[in-house]
Design a protein around this ligand. Structure first.
Ligand SMILES: [Fe+2]
Ligand SMILES: [Fe+2]
Length: 190
């Protein structure tokens, strides 16, 4: 796999390529929940992902509302809305989640399925790309200070949050498609 190929790279791909998913069963998400094993680790994994993607959507929505307010109201409303805290919490949560996956989930998955090097390689590369986006996001969100903020800062944060939301959704969705079916099919826990 050439991760720099647009069909694999996190910033450009629109889904996991069919050849990467070839032979993975159960393929359809609607079938996952029919497997008893799904109620354990896979369901919890999806809940953690949903918490992060929902927070990123709330951040985008909140910043959009703030951007519609007059310049003079932005500072007060930023503090009340908590968007500055939500942005930093989201970054910390995603960073912590990826560290856990890199240290525990992916090595364990690879020990169970040594042939799945493409899946693990793709996800590790995704984490590197996401880490760069998180670093950029941290700098942008740090400018969201209730005592000294502006609509310009809100606008920059909204653009960054929108990008983060998009790639976070792409990564978590694809990660589930790559990790969950083999676990269910082999009837093993992580
Ligand atoms: Fe991940
Ligand atoms: Fe994840």
């Amino acid at each position: 796999m050439d991760y720099c190929d647009p069909k694999f790279h996190l910033l450009t791909r629109i889904n996991v390529s069919p050849e990467t998913l070839l032979g993975m069963l159960p393929a359809r998400r609607s079938e996952w929940a029919k497997t008893p094993l799904f109620l354990g680790w896979p369901a919890q994994f999806q809940r953690v992902h949903a918490t992060m993607t929902e927070a990123s959507a709330r951040l985008v929505n909140g910043l959009e509302v703030l951007l519609d307010e007059p310049e003079g109201s932005v500072q007060d409303l930023l503090g009340i809305s908590g968007m500055n805290h939500l942005g930093m919490e989201l970054i910390d949560r995603v960073s912590h989640h990826h560290a856990y996956e890199d240290e525990t989930v992916l090595p364990r998955f690879l020990s169970l399925f040594p042939e799945k090097t493409t899946s693990v390689g793709l996800l590790e590369n995704d984490h590197d790309v996401l880490e760069g986006v998180l670093t950029k996001s941290r700098k942008t969100f740090q400018a969201l200070r209730p005592d000294a903020s502006s609509k310009e800062a809100i606008d920059a944060a909204l653009k960054q949050a929108t990008e983060l939301k998009r790639i976070l959704h792409r990564h978590t969705h694809d990660e589930e498609d790559l990790l969950i079916p083999p676990m269910l099919h082999a009837n093993v826990h992580l």
